[in-house]
Write a protein that binds this ligand. Structure first.
Ligand SMILES: Cc1ncc(COP(=O)(O)O)c(C=O)c1O
Length: 427
C-alpha cells in the first residue's frame, strides 16, 4: 500500500485552528494562504450561478478555456489557444494528472513545495533533488542540474520531468530571466518536460514582471496557475494548466480527460462560470489583484527587513508571501538547547513562543540546515474583517510606513518575540 504523508502545510493550519478554538493564541506563520476577501463582483457572479448544477466537460467550458487562453496570452506576451488549456480542482489536481501522464522520474530543487514529492510518491516515481546556491539567494544553476541529472542516469533512473516554481514557495525568490531561458534550453536539449508552477506569477514584487520557460521551450513546457494566490480563492479549488501547442500537448490533454473523467469529472459548474469573470481582464478585478499583491509585498519586505536587522538572513522576497531564513549560524547554541533539527526548532517556537512555522524538512531540505519557512500572509489578517480592514487602511494611509506601524499589531508582536529569541541565541 502507498502511504504518502499528509500535507504538512494543511496539517499545521489545522493544528493552529484547533489551538485558536481552545482560546490559545498562536502567531500563525505556518500556512501560505492569501487572506483577502472575495472580490465583490466574483462573489456576485458565484451567487448568480449557484443554480448551475449539471456536469460539464472534464476539460472545462469552451468559453472559459478561451478566456484563460486570452488572459495568459496577454499577461505572458505569448500566443495560446483554448485547446491548450486544462482546468482542474486546484492546480494540485493538474500537477497530479500531468505527473501521472508523463513517463519518467522527477528532478526537484531542494527545497521544493511539499506536494511535488508527495505526488511523485503517489504515482510511483523517484525524486532526484538538486541543490540551489544558498550563498546566492538560493539561485538555480545549470551545473547543479546537470550533476543531479547525470547522477540520476548513472544509477539507472530515468529523469524526464523537471519541476520549476517561480516565484517560489518556500524560498520566496524567483528565477532570474537569463536563468529561465538557460534552464528552458537545457531541458529542450535533453528532451525533458518542464512543469512550470507559476501559481504566484501575478503576485510578483516588482510590478508584473514574470518570465516563463514556455517562451524559450514551448514544445515541452506545461504552465500551471490558478485563482488561489492572486485572488485569495484557495478554497474555491480552481486551477489551470497550459499545454504545449503540438501533438504532445494533444496526447496530454487526452490523458488528462481520462484521469479527470475517472476521478472528479469536472470543476464545479458555478466555479467555472465565476472563473470566466476572473479571467475576463475586468479592470476592477485586475486593480484588486495589484492592491493585494502590493500589500503582500509591503508586509513581506517589512518582516524580511526586521529579521535581517536581527541577523537572521533569508533570500530577498521577489514574489508570493514567504521567507526562508536559516538558523545555521546558531547551530552550536541551538544544539546546547537540545535543538538539533529544523523540526525541533519549529516545535520549540510553537511550544515555547506560540509561533507557528514550517520546518525546511517538510520541503525536502536537510534537517541540519536549520531552515524554516515563514508565511507572511496570515498575521493581522486572521479574520475576514481584519483582512478587509487591512485593504481599507492601505487605501487610506497610502504610505507603507504608517500602514505598517498603525495597522499591524501582530506583526509587531511577532518581531518583538522573535527579537528576544534571537538575543538569547546571541548570548
Ligand atoms: C507552489 C505552489 N503550487 C501550487 C499550490 C496549490 O495551489 P492550488 O490551490 O491551485 O491547488 C500552492 C499552494 O500552496 C503552492 O504554494
Amino acid at each position: 500500500m502507498i502511504t504518502p504523508d499528509a500535507s504538512p502545510t494543511l496539517a499545521m493550519n489545522e493544528r493552529v485552528n484547533a489551538l485558536w478554538a481552545e482560546g490559545i493564541d498562536v502567531l500563525h506563520l505556518g500556512f501560505g494562504e492569501s487572506r483577502f476577501p472575495v472580490h465583490p463582483a466574483l462573489s456576485k457572479a458565484f451567487q448568480e450561478n449557484i443554480h448551475q448544477r449539471s456536469y460539464l466537460p472534464s476539460l472545462g467550458n469552451a468559453s472559459l478555456r478561451t478566456a484563460i487562453a486570452k488572459y495568459y496570452s496577454e499577461k505572458l506576451n505569448l500566443s495560446f489557444d483554448a485547446e491548450q488549456i486544462l482546468i482542474g480542482v486546484g492546480s494540485k489536481s493538474l500537477l497530479y494528472a500531468m505527473i501521472q501522464s508523463i513517463d519518467g522520474d522527477l528532478l526537484l530543487s531542494k527545497p521544493s513545495w511539499v506536494s511535488y514529492s508527495s505526488i511523485a510518491r503517489l504515482t510511483g516515481k523517484s525524486v532526484h533533488w538538486f541543490e540551489l546556491d544558498r550563498d546566492d539567494e538560493f539561485g538555480l544553476s545549470i551545473a547543479s542540474l546537470d550533476s543531479c541529472y547525470n547522477d540520476a542516469c548513472a544509477i539507472g533512473s530515468d529523469p524526464q520531468i523537471l519541476v520549476l516554481n517561480s516565484p517560489n514557495n518556500p524560498v520566496g525568490n524567483n528565477i532570474k530571466p537569463d536563468m529561465v531561458e538557460s534552464v528552458a534550453k537545457w531541458a529542450r536539449d535533453k528532451d525533458i518536460f518542464i512543469l512550470s508552477d507559476e501559481v504566484y506569477s501575478l503576485v510578483t514584487h516588482d510590478g508584473f514582471i514574470h518570465h516563463t520557460p514556455a517562451a524559450s521551450n514551448p514544445e515541452r513546457t506545461i504552465i500551471f496557475g490558478g485563482l488561489s494566490k492572486h485572488l485569495s480563492l484557495g478554497g474555491w479549488r480552481f486551477g489551470m494548466a497550459i499545454l504545449p501547442k503540438n501533438d504532445i500537448g494533444k496526447q496530454l490533454s487526452k490523458s488528462f480527460q481520462s484521469i479527470a473523467g475517472s476521478v472528479w469529472s469536472c470543476v464545479p459548474a458555478p466555479i467555472q462560470a465565476t472563473a470566466e469573470l476572473a479571467y475576463s481582464g475586468d479592470r476592477d478585478i485586475d486593480a484588486y489583484i495589484q492592491t493585494c499583491t502590493e500589500i503582500h509585498r509591503i508586509r513581506t519586505n517589512y518582516i524580511h527587513q526586521g529579521l535581517n536587522k536581527m541577523g537572521l538572513k533569508s533570500p530577498t522576497p521577489k514574489g508570493g508571501f514567504y521567507l526562508y531564513p536559516s538558523f545555521i549560524k546558531w547551530t552550536d547554541k541551538l544544539n546546547e538547547m537540545g535543538i538539533l533539527t529544523c523540526n525541533d526548532l519549529s516545535n520549540h517556537l510553537m511550544n515555547q513562543l506560540g509561533i507557528a512555522t514550517l520546518p525546511g524538512s517538510a520541503f525536502g531540505d536537510d534537517p541540519e540546515n536549520l531552515c524554516l519557512r515563514f508565511s507572511t500572509s496570515y498575521l493581522d489578517m486572521e479574520t475576514d474583517q481584519l483582512a478587509q480592514e487591512s485593504i481599507d487602511a492601505y487605501e487610506k494611509e497610502n504610505q507603507s510606513e504608517s500602514f505598517l506601524t498603525l495597522h499591524h499589531p501582530r506583526i509587531a508582536l511577532f518581531l518583538e518575540k522573535f527579537g528576544s529569541f534571537i538575543s538569547e541565541l546571541d548570548k
